[in-house]
Design a binder for this molecule. Structure first.
Ligand code: HGY
Ligand code: MN
Ligand code: MN
Length: 409
């Protein structure tokens, strides 16, 4: 029986075009969730899905779906990812899985094939969580990890709500987030870390994702004159926050508690050269494969905050996000491995250090992920890159796996 063969050329060209929306100099991309750029990118994705013969729906948290009906009714087999990026990120993170999914549908249409089971490609809202917390917002709502109402009411730092922004960019959808619950979910993604390239392996069979816990810390001291205030009389929120940040980072480095810790944002107020900072605001990103370790890290954060309070600072902690570690479906991982091997690709089993919407979908149905190598292991950086032949090979293996699941179900 014939099976769909993708056009690598068309897929690579589309990745390029999508990458121009929100492009920053040096080849990167800033396309924050529900921004104008996100809206324009969604429009382009919608056009490509329609060209591929998919019926397009948008649900009430802005998740966008393209569905090609199978001969039988029932739950679709789904692939997908996200198209929102971090600030000055790369052009492949998330986008690759979405564009590869669309290429799969286009190849099916070009070959005039029809699957027995419906196939769906999903674009999940606000996976990155840079502008709105928590991350994985669209897939969290589907997984009922957060209520739709709470998700829509979420505010960004600049005081915008998810509901308002979805309306503004024209993606406040009508359909239910639970209308297209899939029977299986596969996400194709770049590895974003060094291991596939280091081992010279073409395809990562991802068996799980580590958990993460995100915090915002606000340290309130006392703004004062940089020249006249003696050191012992200062309540310098900036130095206090830096000490706390270094203590958390040292715990990850020296005791691997947790596996990794990152302070990715850090602002001072009033942020003036000659004023002792009165307020410091920073975020903490803890990651670990063991949920117990993540809880220990959360306790460490609280104890470091208590030390500052004992020195007279006020410290406010806000828990921005938590996602538990997940193990993916062993049978689906085996299917992906067999499919990759049948295409002559080398494979290795691995756990993802980055979080993905698959982490939420895994709570709903058998789920697994495929990775392709990232050059230099670099991601969340304009230098994020994967060899074209690896991008094309990964997309064909995704297409093979989805097609075989949709025709032998
Ligand atoms: O933060 C992450 O791991 C993912 O890129 N959202
Ligand atoms: Mn990312
Ligand atoms: Mn991603």
């Amino acid at each position: 029986m014939s099976r769909p063969i993708i056009s690598g050329e068309r897929m690579l060209a589309r990745l390029q075009s999508l990458g121009q929306i929100g492009a920053v100099e040096s080849g990167g991309c800033t396309r924050l969730a529900f921004s104008d750029e996100d809206g324009r990118a969604r429009d382009l994705i919608k056009t490509w899905l329609e060209q591929a013969g998919a019926s397009v729906t948008v649900d009430s948290i802005g998740n966008l779906y393209g569905v090609v009906q199978g001969l039988s009714s029932g739950a679709p087999i789904m692939t997908g990812s996200h198209i929102d990026t971090v600030a000055r990120g790369g052009q492949l993170d998330g986008c690759y899985g979405v564009v590869a999914g669309i290429e799969m549908l286009q190849a099916i249409r070009d070959a005039a094939l029809q699957p027995s089971v419906s196939l769906a490609v999903a674009v999940f809202s606000n996976e990155e969580g840079v502008r709105f917390s928590p991350d994985l917002l669209g897939s969290r709502v589907i997984a009922k990890d957060i209520s739709l109402e709470e998700a829509l009411a979420t505010q960004s730092r600049d005081g915008k709500s998810v509901a308002g922004e979805l309306k503004r960019i024209g993606y406040a959808g009508e359909s239910s987030p639970w209308a297209l619950l899939p029977s299986k979910f596969i996400e194709l993604h770049i590895a974003q870390g060094p291991c596939l390239e280091a081992s010279g392996t073409a395809i990562g069979i991802v068996e799980g994702v580590q958990g993460h816990s995100w915090w915002e810390v606000v340290v309130q001291g006392c703004a004062n004159h940089a020249g006249t205030t003696p050191m012992p009389l200062r309540l310098d929120a900036g130095v206090a926050a830096m000490r706390m940040a270094c203590a958390l980072q040292a715990s990850a480095c020296l005791e691997r508690l947790p596996a990794v810790a990152t302070v990715g944002t850090f602002t001072l107020e009033p942020n003036a050269i000659n004023v002792v900072p009165g307020l410091a605001r920073f975020t903490v990103d803890f990651r670990d494969a063991e949920d117990g370790q993540l809880r220990e890290a959360d306790l460490l954060l609280r104890s470091e905050a208590k030390k500052l309070e004992d020195l007279g600072f006020m410290v406010q902690l806000s828990h921005l996000s938590r996602a538990l570690g997940v193990r993916f479906d062993a049978t689906l991982c085996d299917t992906l491995q067999a499919t990759a091997t049948s295409r002559g690709a080398s494979t290795q089993r691995m756990v993802s250090g980055a979080s993905h919407d698959a982490q939420m979908m895994a709570t709903l149905c058998p789920t697994a992920m495929l990775f392709v190598p990232s050059i230099g292991g670099i991601s969340h950086n304009p230098k994020e890159k994967t060899l074209d032949e690896d991008l094309v090979a990964g997309a064909q293996i995704l297409t093979d796996a989805m097609w075989s699941l949709a025709t032998t179900a």
